[in-house]
Design a protein around this ligand. Sequence first.
Ligand code: M6R
Length: 345
Amino acid sequence: MITPVGEQMAREIAEQPPALSRLLHDTAQVREVARRIREARPRFVVLAARGTSDHAALYAKYLIEISLGLPVGLASPSTLTVYGARPHLNDVLWVAVSQSGGSPDLVRSTETARACGALTVAVTNAPDSPLAAAAELGVDVLAGPERAVAATKTYTSQLLALWLLVDHWRGGDGRTAAGLPDHVGSALDTPGIDGLASRLRFAPSLICTARGYSYPTAREAALKLMETSYVAAQAFSGADLLHGPLALVDADRPVLAVVGPGDGGRAMAPTLERLAAQRAELTVIGDPAGVPDVHTVVPLPADIPEELSPIVEIVPLQRLAHRLAVTRQHDPDAPRGLAKVTSTI
Ligand code: M6R
């Protein structure tokens, strides 16, 4: 039997609502890990991850810094694995995020972090993985098997697992997220994705931008577009974009701007105005809030708390990456040169 091109990725994108429901209904493990973290009273958090998982880690950085007031750093695993650094990590919470639990540098750096005194937590989709064994505590993101090289459902499940972990850590009960599977279900039906893919069909490069909680979405969208559609997609925060990369923007380099709800979305206003003034070919995912010259608007479901919006707003962009790959006659299930688990030290 011949399977249609990109069928695996399309199926895994569509599986997100039930995957998220599973996680929302099975919170015993998250609650226990949150209890252990509260007991340990860490003063600093380090998040370690690669690729898509690194974008989930960046989301957790925003969440922890904003809602718990703790400083968070994103690890460079090579300081431990390549250079052999042995930092003092007492009072540090080390959270390694990996769908496969098999990225060797994460396993080794987590072993080292644990030996150096950190409380270590593995957030994975593989509870029997080497990473889960290396860490003291584990959260299974319960996304179910993911076979497409491009991570989709494991990403949104990582985001929700991290949100649940932080919510229980700060004394919440996780119920704010109850409507999320329905919102993600609506985002699966977002209109206009095929038309947008046709418009971007011949674009050799593009820019993704967003601020705050949505910035990881811009980065993840750029990665998805690069690995499935071979478009040179670069992500910049809406603030950083104005500090130089704006000069790249012209009519031949489309811009995808994610404008989430709340403070982060509002902080995009000056960036959108500058892009419009530069006659960018601008697509807004979310609400363009009165900015003229927006070529395309991809609406997002309304009434999602800002903290949770990244779990919804990535979905139309995953669909775009899939659609653009197929439109350009690439198979997003088999990106050239890539494997599901990447071996770096
Ligand atoms: O299994 P991991 O989450 O540790 O993998 C990390 C990256 O290799 C992975 O996210 C990669 O970037 C994917 N191809 C992204 O879709």
